[in-house]
Design a protein around this ligand. Structure first.
Ligand SMILES: Nc1ncnc2c1ncn2[C@@H]1O[C@H](COP(=O)(O)OP(=O)(O)OP(=O)(O)O)[C@@H](O)[C@H]1O
Ligand SMILES: [Mg+2]
Length: 239
């Protein structure tokens, strides 16, 4: 395993197609240890396709992916999980047929058996919120509640790299903020890296150290988020 200069995740020249239609065009970027990189772009620009390509849900045509300096030859979800990646999908993020607690147990299965119990018995508003939902079938939760349960599942795996596809989808402004702050805190405390697809550009830039902008499947900006917050700069880059 590499030194501190080795990227947690290195994506090089990724090209992905749906049939004959090219979606990702030569996408390259690095995600360092403990870093949050935001992926922003308009609807249909290829953000979800990028995460799915990395996690091996959709095969890519050419290019390469390295995890902590080692090539992922043919990415598939099981292999990715083994290598320390976890993925929060944009659609259907929970198992509807299971309860909230069962959802959490599945994601924590590979970790300590007492993990879920300690998660649910912890203090703090998040834990007590989860505890109240524990026995509910996930299918009966509201969209925002599902989203928060799904994120709890991902955050409690032992993954070192999180691929999060719109973790705040369906959440009100207050809850979105709380979630993004929590992701940031977790990433600092447990030193994991996050590739964050986020619809709310301002919140994404406030959460991430760096960002890439995707336009029709191409990276048109890759760099620190600070300078992007200038309103005229944002317009120039994004519109
Ligand atoms: N399974 C599929 N088959 C064919 N085309 C697809 C498929 N999934 C997505 N696409 C197309 O690929 C392009 C990129 O889609 P993708 O879901 O990656 O965009 P996105 O940036 O995540 O958009 P959004 O912000 O709406 O979530 C779109 O033009 C979409 O119509
Ligand atoms: Mg998407």
């Amino acid at each position: 395993m590499g030194d501190s200069a080795t990227a947690a995740l290195k994506v090089s020249g990724l090209n992905t197609f749906y049939g004959k239609k090219q979606i990702l065009r030569n996408v390259s970027f690095d995600l360092m240890k403990s870093e949050i990189v935001a992926v922003i772009g308009h609807n249909g620009s290829g953000k979800s396709t990028l995460l799915k390509s990395i996690y091996g849900i959709i095969p890519f045509e050419s290019g390469g992916i390295e995890v902590f300096g080692e090539t992922l030859d043919t990415p598939n979800p099981a292999e990715c999980l083994k290598r320390g990646l976890a993925y929060l999908p944009q659609d259907d993020p929970v198992f509807n047929s299971l309860t909230v607690e069962e959802n959490l147990r599945i994601s924590m299965g590979r970790r300590s058996a007492g993990g879920v119990t300690s998660l649910l018995s912890g203090d703090g508003s998040w834990a007590s919120w989860l505890k109240n939902l524990a026995g509910r079938p996930a299918r009966n939760l509201s969209g925002g509640e599902k989203q928060r349960v799904a994120l709890s599942s991902v955050l409690t795996t032992s993954a070192k790299i999180l691929l999060l596809d719109e973790p705040t989808a369906g959440l009100d402004v207050g809850n979105s903020k709380t979630i993004l702050e929590m992701i940031k805190q977790f990433s600092e405390r447990h030193q994991f890296s996050v590739l964050l697809v986020e619809q709310n550009v301002r919140q994404a830039l406030e959460t991430a150290e760096r960002a890439i902008i995707l336009k029709q499947g191409e990276v048109t900006y890759s760099g620190p988020t600070g300078p992007m917050m200038e309103p005229h700069r944002m317009k120039e880059l994004y519109l």
